[in-house]
Design a protein around this ligand. Sequence first.
Ligand SMILES: [Zn+2]
Length: 269
Amino acid sequence: MSVNKIYLLDHGKITADLGWFIPNPMTVEDLKNPKSKNWIDVNVMSAVIEHKDGIILFDSGISGKSKEKWPQSAFSVFPITSFSEENEMENQLKKIGLKPEDIHIIIFSHLHLDHVGNLELFKDSKPLVILHEKELKYALFNAWLNKPVPYLLQDLELLRGMNIVPVSYDYLEILPGIEIYLFGGHTPGSIILKVRTQNDNNYIFTGDFIHIPEEFDLENKGWLLGNSEEFYSRIRLLKAMMKMPRTNVIISHDPKIWDKYPKSPKELR
Ligand SMILES: [Zn+2]
């Protein structure tokens, strides 16, 4: 295996009703004070993986421009509540001595606006952009139909000019130690990423197949559940994968992610 280091980049926080993530019915008491317990802060992150054959970025977070780019319909339900200059992708990369043009491959868990927010930084250096074909088709179809979905046509147009590699398989080893699995569940083309380091540690990046850890206990999702059949079968597979020795799970929106794993410039090995 040839993954030396993994860095987790911090792109701030968004806030949302807990009901998006887990079934969380409101009580009569909640109705009197609707924001009391039903809204939570979740983190937004991406990851840089240093492989001997290239530097890989997993997802690309949000940017300072996201507030203007996102439609009001998205921003009113998922407001960005914490984002500073330090959280910009360029500054997060700078902390580990990298520039956007140093990235060779970008892997997208899916194409929702909080995961592809920095495409313009990479449009000239043309990294390979790996995503699932099902995700691209679903995003394009829904954006073209003008459906109220969290895909931005301007992000998809930026992608058109890039070196995209739409993967049609359910499983692919991209480089030794770097594997993607089609899981769906959240969006039709949602993938998870499994990384094995030189130290024989495994890191599973769930993307938004899992948003917050409570989904594991409940084996259920809230309004962000896209396809229940896919979710219910793959969550058992994911739990089995997590039982492998030295396996860690990294949930992009985990509210406690920074209590569990160090932030860049500290690294995972
Ligand atoms: Zn997300």
